[in-house]
Design a protein around this ligand. Sequence first.
Ligand SMILES: [Zn+2]
Length: 299
Amino acid sequence: MLQEIADDVFVDLDYEGANVGCILTDAGAVVIDTPMIPAEAKHWAKTVFSLTDKVLYVFNTDHHRTRIMGNQYFDTRIIAHELAWREVASYKDTFIERTKNLFKKYPEIQHQFDEIEIIRPELCFTGRMVMERGGREQVFVHLGGHTPATSGLYLPDEKILFTGDLLVVDEHPSLGQCNSEIWLKKLRWLRKQKYSMLVPGHGPICNVDASEPLSEYIRTMRAKVRNQYKSGRTKAEAAVVISQMLDFFYYQSGRKSLIEKRIRAGVSRVYDEMKVIYGKHDIPRRAPKGKGKRRARAA
Ligand SMILES: [Zn+2]
């Protein structure tokens, strides 16, 4: 359902996989992200074109399919972070095939992807980009954390930030391509900002405090995986963490295997981060106890 959260600032939080937004200016609209499922993307496009007859740009806050898949229905230029562009530019037909595979159980959705064409960003920024068109200032900002490309859109007049997947609320985040340390840092930074409102990548409109459970989730994940790694467990063995994290956020029972897959990707990613932090192969299968360890450290 379309909601107007400030003058000429619209969001729809009900599409599968991503919150989307639309900001109207006197010169046309800027659209933030496009839904993954083509029927929903078309619905979003129809909604937007009921508000305006011109879309200036679509802004993709990341390179994930939940952000870019519906770009074609807006028939306009795409703005994204340079790293998102690089990723999207590398997508082959297999990317659409893999998306179809996600909907194996839903043939009526699966066949919709036959018409999908990946539309690449053609206007990129790295740190931040200020745009003033149609009398409205909009700031595209790099955020990172969730992926190296994750970006947001800030409206200085209203003090509203569209966070992309830097912030997801009431839902298991995807850590599969993250840098968990940067993500935590960035969330701490977020909590110090004086924003009046945040539009997260998933979940309800909120303020900066809503980022605390996500920080707690990432910290918990890091602690659990670190424990596994430091006690010499393999990545496969560290998968015990999946069931330990499962109830951290509510999920519909029908989505259990999807959520488990998401957590598994996170465990794998954080495990690799621990490898970098604690060294690759020099930890013994089981850490030595007592004196030996102390002596080794002194040496
Ligand atoms: Zn994402």
